[in-house]
Design a binder for this molecule. Sequence first.
Ligand SMILES: Nc1ncnc2c1ncn2[C@@H]1O[C@H](COP(=O)(O)OP(=O)(O)OP(=O)(O)O)[C@@H](O)[C@H]1O
Ligand SMILES: [Mg+2]
Length: 320
Amino acid sequence: MTEGGRAGQRGRLQSTGFRTKGNPMNDDVLLSISDLSVEYDVDPPVQAVQHVSLELHRGEVLGLAGESGCGKTTLAYAVQRLLKPPAVITSGITILHDTDGDVLINDLNADQMRAFRWDKASMVFQGAMNALNPVSNIGKQLADVFTTHRPGMNKADIRKECCELLDIVGVGADRIRSFPHELSGGMRQRVMIAMALALKPTLMIMDEPTTALDVLVQREILTQITELRHKFGFSVIFITHDLPLLLEISDRIAIMRHGRIIETDTARNIYFHPQQDYTKRLLSSFPSLTGDRSEFSYGTAGLDNDNLDSKGGSANERTA
Ligand SMILES: Nc1ncnc2c1ncn2[C@@H]1O[C@H](COP(=O)(O)OP(=O)(O)OP(=O)(O)O)[C@@H](O)[C@H]1O
Ligand SMILES: [Mg+2]
């Protein structure tokens, strides 16, 4: 998106008058991605991310949607500087506007990046629930995050934090000695989310964190995350190809196609007034989660429903 485009986006956000519950969606930008491009240097080269510019506001859930292979994971990895050869960042800068100053993520050295990654920005990876170490109990794995990043913390405090985290994500502190294989997929996924929350980062990137779970568990976990971001005040980039899910949990949604962001708007506008044909196709290619679009509860996490007229939930407005 160009500077002008970003200004336009801001204008749109302000003009909607929508507010996130408890977290005003405003121009308080946490993360700026400008002109980011990533190429996989293979033969022939793959331009996986092309000139992407995006802003994430403080306290916001930004959904990133697009079909498989459009570059979502590559973009997330580029922000977290997790890309490995043959991936090359060919352009762009990413800045985290932290409360104690801007962090130019491109310029961090390896040590700074390691500290930054869990402390300021954490990530729940695609297929994360299989990423736990099978031979170590979950309490130990959670504790490792603290012993690595908070070397001054004593054992009792670490244990207390771990118990609290397990309670927060709904696994329960009594499972602290459980091994991954003793937990359900949903519980393992929650443990991964607990790890990502552990150091109270300002940014969480979640890459298809719940796709392997059934719809009810997915929604429960996602509702919990949107509640937690109010409690902890973090911002989320939530990646999935599941646009209906994003409509329910996101404040704004960016649509990605062939490495480019082709449309960014509020969840409401993406649903009712999609600008791009591709977005329209993406919307119509999914069945409604409720089975009836007219009762579709889009934006429950992010939008102030007081701002929506009661008839506004009808799909007719969108398809008219
Ligand atoms: N190591 C690699 N070498 C070459 N090409 C790659 C590599 N990793 C990814 N790609 C290509 O980069 C493009 C973007 O891939 P990416 O994994 O970012 O997509 P995605 O949107 O996350 O897809 P999905 O929804 O399936 O997870 C794809 O064309 C993919 O084939
Ligand atoms: Mg991916």
